[in-house]
Write a protein that binds this ligand. Structure first.
Ligand code: GAR
Length: 194
């Protein structure tokens, strides 16, 4: 992993698919003096993503790839990342699965946020499953991406108590708030030299 020197910010790309609240949060974080990243580029897998409006408004460079032709889309994305000298990819609500060969090319430099206490509840519909199983705790995890789904090295987690009045929607809202605290903290932990 290339680390930030604390002076020069690491050029980063954010990958999104939907709402983009984590992307907005990371973008706002990147503007702070003490942030180790600068957001250079956003890749969206969905042209109707809410986040796209934010990107236009804030004049952030973005590209849309629907991943229907995954192989060729990934090749095009890799070219863009190389051209723009991107050193870090932050997945933020990105709902496509990157190929093993793409991940290898950015080995250790792709970070993801997942709305559960990994290794529990990998994959989709985490909040529904947490509620169904009457879990007492849930939370979110920032981890390095490897070739297995939601399985790379954990950087940081935040935990909360699940109330017996929670449903998947209320839990999702509570965890999203935690995610906005966790992602910047985890990036600082990962990128700043001790
Ligand atoms: C977030 O809860 C994120 O953890 C989750 O999607 C949501 C996106 O929200 N990601 C995954 O489930 C990835 N497996 P956002 O678009 O508002 O950031």
């Amino acid at each position: 992993m290339v680390r930030s020197t604390g002076i020069k910010k690491l050029k980063s790309a954010i990958f999104i698919s939907g709402n983009g609240s984590n992307m907005k949060n990371l973008f706002n974080f990147s503007k702070k003096k003490k942030s180790p990243i600068v957001v250079d580029l956003v890749i969206s897998s969905n042209k109707r993503a809410n986040g796209v409006q934010f990107l236009k408004k804030n004049k952030i460079y973005f590209e849309i790839f629907n991943f229907k032709q995954k192989n060729s889309d990934e090749k095009k994305i890799l070219k863009i990342l190389k051209k723009r000298e991107i050193h870090l990819i932050c997945l933020a609500g990105f709902m496509k699965i990157l190929s093993g060969s793409f991940i290898k090319k950015f080995n250790g430099k792709i970070v993801n946020i997942h709305p559960s206490l990994l290794p529990k509840y990998k994959g989709l519909n985490t909040h529904e499953r947490v509620i169904l199983n009457k879990e007492k705790f849930s939370g979110c995890t920032v981890h390095i991406v490897n070739s297995k789904l939601d399985s790379g090295k954990i950087i940081m987690q935040k935990k909360l108590r699940v109330s017996n009045r929670d449903n998947p929607e209320t839990l999702s809202r509570k965890i999203l708030k935690l995610e906005h605290l966790l992602y910047p903290k985890a990036l600082k932990k990962l990128l700043f030299k001790p």
